[in-house]
Ligand binder design. Structure first.
Ligand code: ZN
Length: 109
């Protein structure tokens, strides 16, 4: 992924619009590219500032911490999704084996 691509995806990342594959590539890039990380950080700051302004709240945020948490949370979601896919594949495999056994059994009758 190029920096340009990555930075174009930031608004979608902020709105949770990225598809799992895109999200994975995005997070990987942000983790390895300080330029895009800083760009993302700026977005988070602006977004938070807008929120605080809207809610008229007097809250100070640790931006880096917040961004790290957000990135980690999204990575966890990706990992959970991967686990679900593997589980589904195992189910299908078991089903196919059972089906095969039943067919063999039926043929022998
Ligand atoms: Zn980059």
């Amino acid at each position: 992924m190029t920096c340009k691509e990555c930075q174009q995806m930031i608004p979608d990342y902020m709105n949770n619009y990225l598809k799992p594959k895109e999200l994975k590539r995005f997070i990987n890039h942000v983790h390895t590219c300080s330029q895009c990380y800083e760009e993302l950080e700026t977005y988070v700051i602006v977004s938070l500032a807008t929120q605080v302004f809207d809610e008229n709240a007097d809250v100070s945020y640790d931006i880096k911490d917040l961004l790290e948490k957000d990135l980690n949370e999204k990575e966890n979601q990706l990992r959970k999704r991967k686990r679900r896919v593997i589980l589904l594949l195992i189910f299908i495999l078991v089903f196919l084996i059972l089906d095969m056994i039943l067919t063999i059994h039926w043929l022998n009758m």
